[in-house]
Design a protein around this ligand. Sequence first.
Ligand code: MLT
Ligand code: MN
Length: 311
Amino acid sequence: MIIKIIGSSAGGGFPQWNCNGPQSRAVRRGEAAFSRRTQSSIAVSANGTDWALFNASPDIGEQIAATPALQPGTDGPLRASPIKAVLVTNGDIDHIAGLLTLREKQAFSLYGARPVLETLAANPIFDALDAELVARRELSLGRAIELEGPDGALGLTIEPYAVPGKIPLYLEDVGRNPADFMSDEGDAIGLAITDRETSATAHYIPGCAAIDDQLRARLESAELVLFDGTLFTDTEMPDQGLGPKTGKRMGHISISGADGTLAALDGLDIKRRIFVHINNSNPILDERSSERKTVEDAGWAIGFDGMEISL
Ligand code: MLT
Ligand code: MN
């Protein structure tokens, strides 16, 4: 199984178009300690030919342009794409807006849990993805299924599971409105992605508000975990004057702290741990920072655009 991190940033990207914070300025200037990052997505393939995208970011056009494996083959028909399936882990704009870029009458399967499929169905702009060609396939939490493209199975099994998370920002105060906008009913999901032939398994959890015993148990003995690396500290955005919201309010666990990700997953037998969905405020983006060193010393890698993992 090949996993390509095609977008390692959180919503907004790095640099974020309207951000003049010190890190966005530094990457815009081309400082060596910083790398540009596009928004949250990975591509996975069992055979190296057919690909599934996990999340469709607003930067998907740029991501496909940077990734030859996701482009039509040079000897392919006039309309072609190796992207056979797209799975969205929640309804956040950084995870679904790229679907609109895939509207040119190309067949693929579109997977999501019920809340996000309902959101897509309720927004007629997504009808641009012709249902005749882009079959919506609902994921049931806790039920493993084989991913299928229009021409058959992709050799990947996925098991979706609910993680503590938040409803999308644009659905706050409209419609269904859980307490504090938090949800553990599939508004945010994690995925175990397994290569059917080799049984190699990766966990992909780009958005998560908390790590409980159930999630810890699930991740024990994992070969690879790609995990929500949005913030280093809960108050990082207000501290930097970038906005009023804490990580808790945004539904993102922090990397540091007593109940942060480093501490919560410490001691588990996980072979590779990689942070993805990293916000432009996060000091781990600076390769010289002490926070970066803390994270690396704890056995974590910092995902980057173009990072490829073979399992
Ligand atoms: C998030 O991960 O919290 C969202 O992508 C934020 C947003 O929708 O901009
Ligand atoms: Mn996001």
